[in-house]
Design a protein around this ligand. Structure first.
Ligand SMILES: [Zn+2]
Length: 151
């Protein structure tokens, strides 16, 4: 069994989910079987473990500022434009970087300390893992989830 911290997307209610595997979560999510216990929506996503981080040995613009933003009202046009720019950046990173899945923090350290080939990577990391990387001077930045992730 694996545990995911889950969050409903309309209201941001946090709750816990237990699954046989990551695929089990994906399947239940795709079938709309997951429901927020607070509001009943089936629009539910993992709160922590998601492809949301990228790193490069030499750092990237804005790398030291993990974005933790939330919007409850319809975002103003300039925020929508910013979100679109972040999504474009995320697509570009994903196109040029190696996906390392949940090994992100470990692989970022190996690159930083020269134990493996230097390259851009992206993958999954929890907030504490990202904080740990930043404290070691390893540039890691959150990437926004993309609309195509919600298939
Ligand atoms: Zn909810």
């Amino acid at each position: 069994m694996i545990h995911y911290a889950l969050r409903c997307e309309p209201a941001g209610h946090g709750f816990d989910g237990w699954f046989r595997s990551g695929e089990d979560f994906d399947r239940q999510s795709a079938l709309g079987l997951l429901e927020c216990p607070s509001c009943g929506t089936a629009s539910v996503a993992k709160a922590l473990m998601r492809p949301a981080v990228a790193a490069a040995r030499d750092g990237a613009p804005g790398a030291s500022r993990p974005a933790e933003t939330a919007a409850v009202a319809p975002p103003p046009p300039e925020m929508l434009a910013m979100i679109q720019r972040m999504q474009e950046m995320a697509r570009e990173v994903r196109a040029k970087a190696d996906y390392v899945g949940p090994n992100f923090a470990e692989e970022a350290r190996r690159i930083h300390y020269g134990e493996t080939e230097e390259r851009r990577i992206y993958g999954e990391a929890s907030a504490p893992e990202v904080r740990g990387l930043l404290e070691e001077g390893i540039a890691a930045l959150p990437l926004p989830a993309l609309p195509e992730d919600k298939n």
